[in-house]
Design a protein around this ligand. Sequence first.
Ligand code: NAP
Length: 277
Amino acid sequence: MILVTGATGNVGRHVLSLLIADGHAVRALSRAPQRAVWPAGADVVPGDLADPRSLDAALAGVESVFLFAVPGGGPAFAAAARRAGVRRVVLLSSIGVDDDSEVRDTPIAVYHAEIEQTLRGSGLAWTFLRPDGFAANSLTWAGQTKAGDVIRGAYAEAAFAPVHEADIAAVAVAALTEDGHAGRVYRLTGPQWLTHADQAAILGRALGRPIRYAELPAEAVRQQMDAHLPGPILDSIFAIWAASVGRSPAIATDIEKVTGRPARSYHDWVLDHAEAF
Ligand SMILES: NC(=O)c1ccc[n+]([C@@H]2O[C@H](COP(=O)([O-])OP(=O)(O)OC[C@H]3O[C@@H](n4cnc5c(N)ncnc54)[C@H](OP(=O)(O)O)[C@@H]3O)[C@@H](O)[C@H]2O)c1
């Protein structure tokens, strides 16, 4: 049995569907199962990674876990996993944990690093997936693209290699179901280095409209986002954007190495989500 946590999230929902399609016995964890629509074949259990008491039932009979990282949740999860006899864990971590990352001290990077450290010392077989910014972050622009052709936001020149959530999920499924991935750290990027402004232009080309990115002062955007995200997460996002301006680190090849297929492009991602915009 494979337990998928974060099963309603960007990546977890693909991990769940791919495992079911491949015929694996799968259980999905959610804090509020009744709020989601589940694929046929999923054994859905309620549970909260921040509430260790809810994990024993979810982990009963489980051999492998796809783990969503909850701040501070590493030790309780590792203890419950050992009690249940879990053998392997595939963690959805973050590229911020990379040794050469310039944002290793942001709250997001720090809590992912803590969970990695816990798993390294847990006796469980672990694989860490460290994605760059998700292409799916662009979904926060959907309200603006529905209303017009200008996306207003901070840091037009913030640059990433946006990664398709289905590629992250495909690597996760390989690590959950094949041998040879224990003790591996996979750096997952899209195939191209793109600024926010580049992403807006590609979005426009894919949708057949002249969409452009208009930069607003960072502090004004931060105030708009304040109501929606916790302070430490916002601090991390703005630090990551600021640090990424003018950078172009190497594109990673781990997606192709693990799955045998090149990473999907941002243009492909837009076509897969065109209806949202
Ligand atoms: N977005 C990026 O650019 C990016 C880049 C690198 C790494 N990451 C990392 O990737 C992960 C996924 O990010 P995301 O933004 O894509 O998330 P997301 O899709 O919004 O998914 C969040 C998921 O986590 C589950 N969840 C949240 N808190 C939980 C808890 N206490 N117990 C159990 N389940 C919980 C939610 O499930 P329920 O609501 O059903 O419980 C939901 O399925 C995060 O760890 C993030 O730091 C993101």
